[in-house]
Design a protein. Structure first.
Length: 291
């Protein structure tokens, strides 16, 4: 499987020192706490044009969307939901390009507008106020008028989702929402930050009861117990007969590795490749049609 992987060009050898230290250690195998990214997470990856996008950016009802693939002929569709650093940062578009090469119409919506977390921000310091500006009351309308409207304009009503970090919180909200869940065929979550739900006064487990989409989780070793093997997410979904697979293959990786890790490091590159191979296989299995 050829994977278009841009190198980690910014903070090439450095991890964020204190990212995610808010409220101390988390409840799980890692130390995610109430923050988004556990200590030692990969910092923002700034695209310095080492990689050339295969798609283009369109605008749907004022929502920017990176699109790649042929919507008319693609057999399946997938929506990628970014991490806190947003639409222009990271490897999100390269991952979308990889799915397009596998026959998908792949899109990456800009659900953060001009307000992603900045690479220079001290994440624990800014995340409390930032999450209040990007609650479900804000994100859901953007998803509806951007993602749903764009896909429906191409006669696409069913799609898989692939979320990263904060994006997994979003996809869990989507797949549990009465207005949106009918569209979701499957969801894959890489290094999930569902503990962000605490900023809205609820435990991450509160996201789970309404979800019935087949789910694959790809936690890093430092991610919270909720999303680990035999964690509360897997137990809750499986107890209701919902497919929930949790990969144990990335315990040596740091949070953010799929879209922010330095792929010039062999172990990270192999982990990214394996994560994408798993994601494509899972999406293929559970996404048989786009309408």
């Amino acid at each position: 499987l050829p994977l278009p992987l841009p190198l980690h060009t910014t903070h090439n050898t450095q991890h964020v020192k204190a990212i995610g230290s808010m409220e101390g250690s988390g409840s799980g195998s890692g130390s995610g706490g109430q923050c988004c990214c556990p200590p030692g997470s990969w910092p923002a990856l700034i695209n310095e044009r080492e990689y050339t996008d295969k798609g283009k950016v369109v605008v749907e009802n004022d929502v920017e969307i990176y699109v790649v693939g042929d919507a008319a002929t693609a057999e399946r569709a997938i929506v990628l939901v970014t991490d806190i650093f947003g639409f222009a940062a990271g490897r999100h578009r390269a991952v979308a390009d990889t799915f397009a090469e596998q026959g998908y119409y792949a899109i990456v919506p800009n659900l953060l507008g001009d307000d992603p977390v900045k690479p220079t921000d001290d994440v624990p310091s800014v995340l409390g106020s930032w999450t209040q500006r990007h609650g479900w009351d804000v994100v859901k309308p953007l998803f509806q008028k951007g993602v749903i409207a764009h896909l429906e304009s191409h006669k696409i009503t069913r799609f898989a989702t692939y979320g990263f970090c904060w994006g997994v919180w979003v996809q869990f909200k989507v797949s549990g929402d009465d207005d949106l869940k009918k569209h979701v065929t499957a969801q894959i979550g890489a290094h999930p930050s569902v503990q962000i739900n605490k900023f809205y006064g609820a435990e991450p487990e509160a996201l789970l009861p309404a979800i019935d989409a087949p789910t694959l989780l790809q936690p890093a070793g430092t991610d919270v117990a909720t999303v680990q093997v035999d964690g509360s997410a897997q137990r809750e979904l499986q107890s209701r007969g919902v497919v929930c697979e949790v990969s144990n293959d990335f315990q040596e990786q740091q949070h953010g590795f799929v879209v922010r890790g330095n792929v010039s490091v062999e172990a990270v590159c192999k982990a990214v490749e394996k994560a994408l191979q798993q994601a494509i296989a899972f999406a293929n299995k559970h996404t048989t049609a786009k309408n």
